[in-house]
Design a protein around this ligand. Structure first.
Ligand SMILES: *Cc1c(COP(=O)(O)O)cnc(C)c1O
Length: 437
């Protein structure tokens, strides 16, 4: 069959051919660590201060100011990681026990855990099949009298539909919180993520687009009072004032969610190169997507009209009918394409093997015991999330490799790998049918 298309089966690496991707292009370093980054870290070790509650400017306060400006936000508060940033965003906006927070059914698990940390209940709503972000119609349908907030996840670097979500929030008096962990630098109608909601949470975890040398998080706020609450809550509920000795009085529930200045200094140094890396990434990804354009049954990612995608993760959906693979189900096609691409050296993987509502912590209601926090209210029945289910079943992702500014050559070889596999859709069909049995 493949001979009809003029391609010999033997060209596929899975059948003994030479892989499309040379070994050296299968992984690219991320984060990119330069001498400037090393010097920034050494500077903190040599000169301190090593904690961020020290009087006067620190690397942490410098990072907060820089990030605030980058996001065109009013206030910025640094935290220990993206998950604590989400939890503090909810806390600072007064979202707590028994409140419901609408969360998209496809995200990293932290988006669903953060409400639980505040004894609030995550209510999962379906996503849009193209942008992979919260579907405004599904979000609107999930609103109940207990709903307090919408958590808009800018998944993979694509901003959620903030106009539609804001309209729903305004209609029902809800807060809008951005989970921008994957989306620093992304724009929605020309406005940066981090300036679009009542609060936004970012992550500096090493795999993100602006990485630190470990863990870190940032929060932005529109409201000064909310920002102040977050500053207190990250420091045991205390009020720390410049020039005044610490008084060890806790005014409200607090945690220790501070960022370490070493992490801040490394992230500041990375930010010096962020604009250049971002420009290279936009160029490299556009070139890659143009190269794989038009392969039947392959739905590459795209930026929603009017938005700038940060391309943190590239997600490819597979459509067996459009590929001419009658009788093959999407998961079967995904498994076969995954195996063939991996054999070619294309480092595709899955991002989330299940939807959030199917995670055991939520199905088994493993909260704080005694049914908490769900027992604080009457959570609505979970609506089905067919789009999120379909996307988990029928798609593969490319992560991290394309973040490197010099990823162009690697991406060209990945595109060749895709083209090669698509010359052998008959093999995909046979493998898919066999794996399904
Ligand atoms: C990474 C991530 C988080 C959590 O960030 P951490 O810094 O790892 O705690 C939350 N939400 C999304 C969408 C993420 O990708």
């Amino acid at each position: 069959m493949s001979a009809v298309r003029g391609a010999a089966l033997g060209e596929l690496a899975a059948f003994g051919g030479a892989p499309a991707v040379p070994a050296g292009l299968r992984t690219l370093p991320w984060p990119v660590v330069t001498d400037a980054d090393r010097a920034a870290v050494a500077g903190v070790l040599d000169e301190g201060p090593l904690v961020s509650n020290a009087d006067g400017p620190t690397a942490v306060s410098a990072l907060e100011e820089r990030w605030r400006a980058l996001c065109a936000a009013r206030h910025c508060v640094a935290t220990s990681n993206g998950t604590t940033a989400l939890a503090l965003a909810l806390f600072a906006l007064g979202i707590g026990p028994g409140d419901e927070v609408i969360v998209p059914a496809l995200s990293f698990v932290a988006s669903g855990l953060a409400p639980l940390h505040q004894l609030a209940v995550p209510v999962f709503a379906d996503i849009d099949p193209v942008s992979f972000t919260l579907d405004p119609a599904a979000a609107a349908a999930a609103v109940t009298p207990r709903t307090a907030a919408l958590l808009a996840v800018h998944l993979h670097g694509q901003p959620a539909d903030m106009d539609a979500l804001r309209a729903i929030a305004d209609r029902h008096g809800l807060a809008v919180i951005e989970d921008a962990a994957q989306a620093v630098g992304a724009l929605w109608r020309g406005r940066p993520v981090g300036s679009l909601g009542d609060a936004a949470a970012f992550s500096l975890q090493v795999t993100k687009n602006v990485p630190t040398c470990g863990e870190g998080g940032l929060l932005t706020f529109a409201d000064e009072q909310a920002a102040h609450r977050a500053v207190m809550a990250r420091q045991f509920g205390e009020v720390m004032e410049a020039g005044r000795p610490r008084d060890y009085i806790s005014h409200l529930l607090g945690w220790n969610h501070k960022m370490n200045p070493v992490q801040a200094a490394f992230a500041l140094s990375q930010l010096d190169r962020f604009a250049d890396y971002e420009a290279a990434r936009q160029h490299n990804v556009a070139d890659f997507l143009a190269r794989i354009d038009g392969l039947p049954g392959l739905l590459p990612p795209s930026a929603a009209p009017g938005s700038t995608h940060a391309w943190h993760i590239l997600r490819f959906r597979l459509d067996p009918a459009a590929a001419g693979l009658d009788g093959v189900d999407p998961a079967g096609m995904r498994r076969a394409v995954h195996r063939l691409l991996r054999a070619e050296g294309v480092p595709v993987s899955r991002y989330q093997v299940t939807t959030l509502p199917r995670q055991r912590v939520f199905t088994d209601r493993e909260g704080f015991g005694r049914g908490l926090p769900w027992s604080l209210g009457q959570p609505p029945p979970e609506p089905p999330v067919p789009v999120a289910e379909a996307v988990v079943a029928d798609s593969l992702t490319l992560q991290k490799r394309h973040l490197h500014p010099d990823a162009g050559l690697a991406l060209r070889s990945y595109a060749e790998g895709f083209a090669k596999v698509w010359r052998h859709l008959d093999v995909v069909r046979n493998m898919a049918l066999r794996s399904g049995r």
